[in-house]
Write a protein that binds this ligand. Structure first.
Ligand SMILES: [Zn+2]
Length: 397
């Protein structure tokens, strides 16, 4: 049987995705490395993919008889991983992730989609009872008592293509804002991806501010942003108009009925340098009668993007919640602090994003080629684990 195994995944990552040079030199900052960087780096990626992400679990794995089947040349301690991640250059992993995305686009991984989106959002991760690093932020209750500490980060992901690929994160410490971190992240992401990689950026209501929308324009991206109560006048004007009109479009989606209202001639608010604002309202009616309603604003013209496509773009924001934060936290250890030091935390989140990119391109594109059916994520995990009991496996060294 020639199913998926860690050495075949290594072959895919170094061959098809061309990461061989990067793994040999992933930005290692250790002055006198004893264990090759590629061994430690690949072990950390495998840890996320095998869902054994703690440094302690990785040490146990590489000291077990499964080490050669993992394709790892030498064993190491959890202290070696801490020492390595404290000194690893985060930007090298960011550039590697973007390199894979650009290659995927050239190889037509997104060819089924007319538009490529980028979703950007913030989250909390890595809770601890005491502060340990400069990024630790206090969580407080209503009485302002400190309940514990956590970290805040913004993440950006390719969305709207059938492949959710998170590829960069920006952390921000106490006193810094999600909004500023999001702008830094978007600027860096677009600088790394190059012009014209993506068509639009989709964000939640807190990013629907004039400076953020102007930043997206500077970067030659269209924007699709949730319209919430932080823009009360525009929200009220859209509601008043749409309440007095029948829907622009109605269609069935699965078991749900969807109604769309769409108009492009709303006035911009004071600081926004647009001539007009297009607003979409959707109502999704579930079979049990539950109604989900949301308002979105955009600078896409109705000629370029119809109401139904705009609705799909708005919905693509959920990918960063579901395939981004939720999967990363629930299955791949994003919440777990392996080593509580700022650079180590950052590179572990970036490595997790790279691991998800490799896993999704491998599973949803490479293994799916020809007539092969799509494997689920848990099926791939199971096959990787079962392969560790195989008698002989090639060595990635
Ligand atoms: Zn911390």
């Amino acid at each position: 049987m020639r199913g998926p195994s860690p050495p075949r995944l290594w072959k895919y990552a170094t061959g098809v995705l061309r990461l061989k040079k990067f793994f040999r030199s992933p930005g290692d900052g250790r002055p006198q490395p004893q264990i090759p960087a590629r061994v430690l780096y690949w072990a950390l990626l495998l840890g996320h993919l095998l869902r054994q992400f703690s440094f302690h679990s990785l040490e146990a794995l590489v000291r077990s008889c499964a080490r050669r089947a993992l394709g790892l040349a030498t064993s190491f301690s959890e202290d070696a991983l801490a020492h390595f991640t404290e000194r690893l250059d985060a930007d090298a992993t960011r550039r590697a992730a973007v390199g894979v995305l650009r290659r995927a686009k050239r190889n037509k991984a997104f060819q089924g989609s007319a538009f490529i989106g980028l979703a950007l959002d913030g989250t909390s991760s890595g809770r601890s009872s005491r502060p340990h690093c400069a990024w630790c932020r206090a969580s407080r209750n209503k009485q302002n008592q400190i309940l514990g500490y956590h970290h805040r980060l913004a993440m950006i992901s390719v969305v709207g293509t059938g492949l959710s690929l998170p590829f960069d994160v920006e952390t921000y410490g106490p006193g810094a804002s999600e909004y500023a971190a999001g702008q830094r992240l978007l600027r860096r992401a677009v600088a790394n991806l190059g012009p014209r990689f993506a068509d639009y950026v989709v964000v939640d209501g807190e990013f629907a501010t004039a400076p953020f929308l102007h930043t997206t324009e500077e970067l030659h991206l269209k924007v699709v942003a949730r319209l919430k109560d932080n823009l009360p006048e525009l929200r009220a004007a859209a509601q008043k108009r749409f309440d007095s009109q029948p829907p622009t479009l109605c269609f069935q989606e699965g078991q749900d009925q969807v109604q769309l209202w769409d108009a492009a001639d709303f006035d911009p608010w004071g600081s926004l340098r647009w001539t007009s604002v297009r607003v979409l309202r959707y109502r999704q009616i579930k079979p049990n009668g539950e109604v989900i309603e949301a308002y979105w604003l955009t600078n896409f013209s109705a000629g370029r993007v119809g109401s139904r496509t705009l609705y799909r773009m708005a919905k693509s924001r959920w990918e960063i919640e579901n395939q981004g934060f939720n999967e990363a936290k629930n299955q791949h250890g994003m919440e777990h602090i392996c080593h509580h030091q700022t650079n180590s935390l950052l590179v572990q989140w970036l490595m997790l994003a790279l691991a998800l990119i490799i896993e999704r391109l491998y599973r949803l594109r490479y293994l799916h080629r020809g007539t092969h059916r799509v494997r689920t994520a848990i099926e791939l995990v199971r096959q990787l684990w079962l392969s560790l009991s195989a008698r002989k496996a090639p060595d990635s060294s």
